[in-house]
Design a protein around this ligand. Structure first.
Ligand code: UD1
Ligand code: MG
Length: 466
């Protein structure tokens, strides 16, 4: 948007969160709260300047957002929202255009509401426009005080702590979002006084200075009070996360994904899901996870930063982290794919199988109770129940190479580094320490001896029992 600068206030500690972490870095669907208003500004509004006022844990906030389009300004002492905006004066005093002020703790706001508000402000040629909302329960918010009459003009905002019981009954609230003309804004900030219950320089007090100077003050009412909800407490954080999560689920349902028992499914906004995929209850999809079409996920599955192909089934109680899964694979129930695991087309990883940093070829099966770590497994391999790659000698990790068509018998230990040649077999119960040539059978276990009539001999030597 042309002639627009955005200021985001994010210097406060967020005392009501009772946390060691500054409020605006608390995560909402896996991303810091501040990233939402920032994304709306940078991607949605594309202003000429974006200035973020920081104070508490300033270095952590800078480190989280290394975007060159953002200018950070420090407010060393948090003396109130008005004081915070005045910190931007050296950068914005000479800016020719509209300044939009957002709050770092109001992450649910929609771009459309802001664009309409800026338009309203400009069309009305107002010095200041205040975004308000009508809330059934206005507790905690500044109340909008209007003059007499139905369309009474805004006179001031009274903070909850300074409000009379009658004022507290007002349900129109200040959202902490404003549009202002540049020369007016900084002049008005210079005249603020901290004569209130919190001894702070309140930003909304500039309304009164505008009116004293006969400047035009407008209000614009947000269509939905939910989008302008401010987060000050843990309870509000959880509530906002729930609202955001619902938005994400609705989006994917409109895109053709079935989500059964949606309230139990958590999907971070960075995930992508293909159509005709069904997500069963209690699933968590996190990070840059991409799921293809026609998959069945869950119930009770967690997938983090992974790419899943088409028609894949991820069954009950499975956890997958930073892995790649090709089409038609089946994983679970009760499987664990740790980072850098890759499954080929149609591969099967079954119950109580753990895979780590390994490539599993197409059509390969490890259906029960196995550990495959630091391995390269070819196509059409069968890994028996209880097969373990012994990849760690206490100092270093070693690789296991299992070529195409190998049959690994049950309860075997493959001591890495080791290579099982193409088409070879390992007999059940073997501990294999040397490479196995292609098509060979490796057996390393004591030969079985059956002692004839042993039970009778035992009975004789011990005498009658009981
Ligand atoms: C503020 C408004 C209130 C409004 C509400 C909407 C004031 C005085 N009150 O109250 O009218 O209804 O938002 O959510 O403005 N901040 C700074 N520096 C400071 C103080 C705050 O940068 O010195 C930042 C905070 O980090 C936060 C934002 O400003 O992101 C709002 O501050 P907060 O303390 O949450 O204000 P509220 O009490 O919610
Ligand atoms: Mg707040």
């Amino acid at each position: 948007m042309e002639n627009l600068a955005v200021i985001i206030l994010a210097a406060g500690k967020g005392k009501r969160m009772r946390s060691g972490l500054v409020k605006v870095l608390h995560p909402l669907l896996g991303r810091p709260m501040l990233s939402f208003p920032l994304e709306i500004a940078l991607e949605g509004l594309q202003p000429e300047k974006t200035v973020v006022v920081i104070g508490h844990q300033a270095e952590q906030i800078r480190a989280c957002f290394p975007d060159p389009r953002i200018t950070f300004v420090e407010q060393k002492e948090q003396l109130g929202t008005g004081h915070a905006v005045s910190m931007t004066a050296p950068l914005l005093e000479d800016f020719k255009g509209t300044i939009l002020i957002l709050s770092g703790d109001t992450p649910l706001i929609h771009v459309q509401t802001l664009t309409e508000m800026v338009k309203h402000h400009r069309d009305a040629k107002a010095a200041l426009t205040l975004l308000t909302a009508l809330r059934e329960d206005p507790t905690g918010y500044g109340r909008v005080i209007r003059g007499k009459g139905a369309a009474g003009k805004v006179q001031k905002v009274v903070e909850e702590k300074d409000a009379t019981p009658r004022e507290r009954g007002i349900t129109e609230v200040n959202t902490g979002i404003y549009c202002a003309q540049t020369p007016f804004l900084f002049q008005a900030l210079g005249a603020l006084r901290a004569d209130n219950a919190q001894k702070e320089y309140y930003l909304p007090d500039i309304i009164e200075s505008a009116l004293r100077k006969k400047k035009k003050v407008e209000t614009f009412t947000a269509p939905d009070p939910v989008e302008v909800m401010g987060i000050n407490t843990r309870a509000e954080l959880v509530q906002a996360e729930g609202i955001m999560a619902e938005r994400v689920r609705r989006h994917w349902m409109t895109e053709g994904v079935t989500i059964q028992d949606p309230g139990s499914v958590y999907i971070e906004p960075s995930c992508r899901i293909g159509r005709d995929t069904v997500i069963y209850p209690n699933c968590y999809l996190r990070g840059e996870t991409v799921i293809g079409e026609g998959c069945r996920i869950g119930p009770q599955v967690e997938i983090v930063g992974s790419r899943i192909g088409n028609r894949v089934q991820i069954r009950f109680c499975t956890m997958i982290t930073e892995s790649l899964i090709a089409d038609d694979a089946i994983v679970g129930p009760f499987s664990h794919l740790r980072p850098q695991s890759q499954l080929g087309k149609g591969a099967k990883i079954g119950n109580f199988v753990e895979v780590k940093k390994s490539r599993i070829g197409p059509g390969t099966k490890a259906n029960h109770l196995a550990y495959i770590g630091d391995s390269e497994v070819g196509a059409g391999v069968n890994i028996g129940a209880g097969a373990i790659t012994c990849n760690y000698d206490g100092f270093h990790k070693h690789r296991t190479i299992i070529e195409d068509g190998v049959f690994v018998g049950s309860n075997t230990a493959l001591v890495a580094p080791i290579k099982l040649g193409k088409g070879s077999s390992v007999a059940a119960g073997s501990t294999v320490t040397k490479d196995v040539p292609p098509y060979a059978l490796a057996v390393s276990r004591a030969r079985q001896k059956s002692i004839k009539k042993w039970a009778m001999k035992k009975a004789k030597s011990k005498g009658p029992q009981g």
